[in-house]
Ligand binder design. Structure first.
Ligand code: ADP
Ligand code: NA
Length: 332
């Protein structure tokens, strides 16, 4: 049996959003504070599956690291590093490219969403993305992966890869990973339409709340968020066919540490003209300390690089022996 170990990552493909905070970062901190071994990664190899300007990628990687630390990740208690600095990810990713099947990959909804109608013209890396993600996790024999709901299908594929590797080589080597998808806002939706997820990597959608936004910007984005003309209902059931309203209630609940039921009960009958300013106030209260701390950390990029370098050494020390065993199993 495998010892409990958590791995998760965020792409440095843009400024982090409220979705990344509620679906990922906030929960990463909770897991660290529960005392479980936690390994967190800026996944730059994933980011370049779509074009990234080199200087921006460097900047966004540091900014992502600053966001982790500002949100409460302690680089002494958690391992925090940058994926490309630990070569085991790419090496194991290749081996998994030879385990995963084309058919499995072509069923991934994220690939279909990101490739759109242009699937002939996207990178091969974008197609293989989930296989590299499986390597990220399994290079550490991680047993639990906190992610937003959007990553559920990729984690199922990670399980399939682990199972097929174990079967193909008649070993019991890779753990079958448990997804940790919990809470009200594990899928924060876009404030523009409530039907697509809020994403840092969707350039067409400027409605997202970024962790670098100031108080006025946050309030303005919430004020502009699409809603319907009805007041908030008496019970959660009343939000069933109201995705935009439901999204705002979920965001409020996650930020306040309440259940969506409790939020609806508190605001039953309220108009959005009343609810939105409350949501803005709460968002600013939770996010502005993080923004302030990020800005402070970003003044010393050398210190961020030093933290990431130390994290990479610690990560490498775990991943290298596992990779060596994989190569031995495969006959290398
Ligand atoms: P993005 O889609 O914003 O580029 P990533 O692919 O880097 O984000 O995902 C990083 C983490 O943030 C993952 O755990 C993912 O599930 C989570 N996440 C991303 N967007 C959202 C969202 N809108 N709601 C909840 N969690 C999200
Ligand atoms: Na994503």
């Amino acid at each position: 049996s495998f010892k409990p170990r958590i791995f998760s990552g965020i792409q440095p493909s843009g400024g982090l959003t409220l979705g990344n905070y509620l679906g990922a970062l906030k929960r990463f901190v909770e897991k660290q504070d529960e005392g479980i071994e936690t390994i967190y990664c800026l996944v730059d190899l994933h980011a370049i599956t779509v074009w990234q300007d080199p200087e921006r990628l460097r900047q966004q990687t540091r900014e992502g690291a600053a966001a982790f630390i500002a949100a409460g990740i302690d680089p002494k208690r958690s391992i925090l590093f940058n994926q490309s600095q630990v070569t085991a990810h790419a090496e194991l990713g290749w081996i998994f490219n030879c385990i995963a099947r084309m058919g499995w990959m072509s069923r991934m909804t994220q690939f279909k969403d990101k490739a759109g109608k242009n699937s002939e013209n996207v990178s091969l890396g974008l197609f293989a993305y989930p296989s590299l993600m499986a390597a990220d996790i399994l290079a550490y024999h991680a047993t639990m992966v906190p992610v937003g709901d959007d990553q559920k299908q990729h984690l199922e594929l990670c399980r399939d890869i682990a199972i097929k590797f174990n079967n193909d080589y008649k070993v019991d080597f890779f753990p079958v990973v448990e997804p940790l998808i919990e809470g009200a806002a594990t899928r924060v939706m876009s404030l523009r339409d409530g039907t697509k997820k809020m994403s840092k990597s969707d350039p067409s959608d400027q409605s997202r709340i970024n962790l670098t936004d100031d108080a006025d910007m946050i309030a303005q984005k919430i004020r502009k968020a699409k809603t319907d003309p009805e007041p908030l209902p008496e019970t959660l059931e009343g939000l069933k066919d109201r995705p935009e309203a439901k999204n705002l209630v979920n965001i409020y609940a996650a930020l306040a540490g309440m259940t969506p039921e409790a939020v609806v009960a508190e605001y039953a009958g309220a108009q959005f003209g009343t609810f939105k300013p409350k949501l803005a106030e709460l968002s600013v209260a939770k996010l502005s300390p993080i923004t302030t701390e990020m800005n402070r950390l970003m003044k010393d990029p050398a210190e961020i690089d030093r933290i990431l370098g130390q994290g990479a050494e610690r990560a490498d020390a775990i991943a290298q022996p596992i990779l060596a065993q994989v190569k031995d199993i495969v006959g290398m």
